[in-house]
Design a protein around this ligand. Structure first.
Ligand SMILES: *Cc1c(COP(=O)(O)O)cnc(C)c1O
Length: 247
């Protein structure tokens, strides 16, 4: 059963915590987009969040997300939702993503960028994308290798070369970077991961001044306040809104 009041209360609490974290970081909380991650949760949960004022939603699997969208639309006629693809994509799922998602956070390798570009052009779309970066160097994580880029000039160069190639692809608009921090007990431990991604974004923006590379998608239920303090412009939050996932 969906507890609408619980979801509304959770959203209110999270918005407040984002505002406080933004203030601590000397930032305006209007510069932080809350993406409600609805993976594994039913369309009724999305509708409840929408009725509580939430507009941006994230899914990590193309099929689950695109299956849910028409069900949400049936519950919320005339609603305007923004759907974010946040998970690793197999190449053959890219058509679904291009047809149904507004933005992609998880461009994690070159072939997927090329495929997105081709299909976006066919669809006559320009898709805003973020480059997913593996800043913490966890082998279990997807993304462009960026662990220790501050000190490793050849790694940094390789990253910049990939970024340049993707910036040049038609149909895509690279608007920032995304990362998933390691899961830790104390979110303070991952502060350096977030500050490293922010510095990489700054370096990228400086290297490509003709593009606007401003977004930082970082922070989840367990660590979003630290991420906002470190400059996140998008936080991706599931469990703290919708409750524990049963998967
Ligand atoms: C599931 C997921 C999230 C949200 O995680 P929570 O712990 O539920 O807040 C954020 N980003 C990605 C890429 C995810 O897959």
């Amino acid at each position: 059963m969906i507890d609408e009041d619980k979801i509304a209360n959770n959203l209110e609490t999270i918005r407040e915590r984002i505002a406080q974290a933004a203030a601590r970081g000397g930032r305006d909380s209007r510069d932080v987009v809350l993406v409600a991650v609805s993976k594994t949760f039913p369309p009724e949960a999305v509708a409840a969040a929408y009725r509580a004022g939430q507009r941006d939603f994230g899914e990590n699997r193309a099929e689950e997300g695109t299956g849910k969208m028409p069900l949400v639309d049936a519950l919320l006629p005339d609603a305007q939702l923004t759907w974010h693809m946040i998970g690793h994509m197999q190449r053959r799922k890219v058509p679904l993503v291009v047809a149904h998602f507004d933005m992609v956070h998880s461009v994690d390798r070159m072939p997927v960028a090329v495929r997105l570009s081709t299909l976006a052009q066919q669809a006559r779309r320009t898709i805003p994308v973020l480059l997913e970066c593996n800043v913490a160097g966890e082998s279990s994580k997807y993304g462009f290798d960026a662990a220790g880029w501050e000190h490793d000039m050849s790694l940094r160069q390789r990253f910049m070369d990939h970024a340049r190639e993707i910036l040049d692809l038609p149909g895509l608009e690279v608007s920032g970077l995304m990362t998933m921090a390691p899961l830790v007990e104390d979110a303070e431990e991952v502060r350096p991961v977030f500050s490293s991604l922010r510095a990489l974004r700054d370096a990228l923006q400086q290297a490509f001044p003709d593009h606007e590379i401003s977004h930082l998608s970082m922070g989840m239920s367990n660590d979003f306040e630290v991420a906002v303090e470190q400059g996140a412009t998008m936080v991706r939050i599931g469990r703290a809104i919708f409750g524990p996932r049963i998967t």
